[in-house]
Design a protein around this ligand. Structure first.
Ligand code: ZN
Ligand code: MN
Length: 137
């Protein structure tokens, strides 16, 4: 929240509701998801307001945009380098547990791949989540 103040973004009640909804949110919601969740409290808030707020938060480095599905941006308040498990059935996105090490991040932490300086790494792993596996039969 302090970082938010430093950006100089105008903290309207609507914007604050979006920020609060994202704080600690692990569901990687889309702009549509966030709009749906907040509209009961702010019925007059347009989708454009939600979308533009998310864009400013992203431009100010307060949230990360996940480009996992083309055409449907999802947002992550966790801006640390981390990886995602994506269920191809229900489209749920969860963070890869931190204790699972990946070969690519090891390369990234080494800093270089053949002269290419790695600045960040985000790996998407696709599969079927436990919930969807159970209904597979
Ligand atoms: Zn699933
Ligand atoms: Mn995440």
């Amino acid at each position: 929240m302090d970082r938010l103040k430093k950006t100089g973004m105008k903290l309207t009640p609507q914007r604050m509701a979006i920020v609060k909804h994202l704080d600690g949110n692990k569901s990687h919601p889309s702009a549509e998801d966030i709009h749906k969740a907040i509209s009961p409290k702010f019925p007059s808030m347009s989708f454009a307001t939600v979308y533009n707020t998310l864009e400013s938060l992203k431009d100010n480095g307060l949230i990360k945009e996940l480009t996992i599905e083309s055409g449907k941006k999802r947002f992550d308040p966790d801006i640390s380098d981390h990886h995602h498990l994506i269920c191809t059935k229900c489209r749920k996105i969860v963070d890869l547990p931190e204790d699972i090490s990946m070969p690519q991040p090891a390369l990234a932490s080494a800093g270089m791949i053949k002269g290419f300086r790695i600045l960040s790494a985000q790996i998407n792993l696709y599969g079927i989540c436990p919930g969807c596996s159970r209904t597979d039969s």
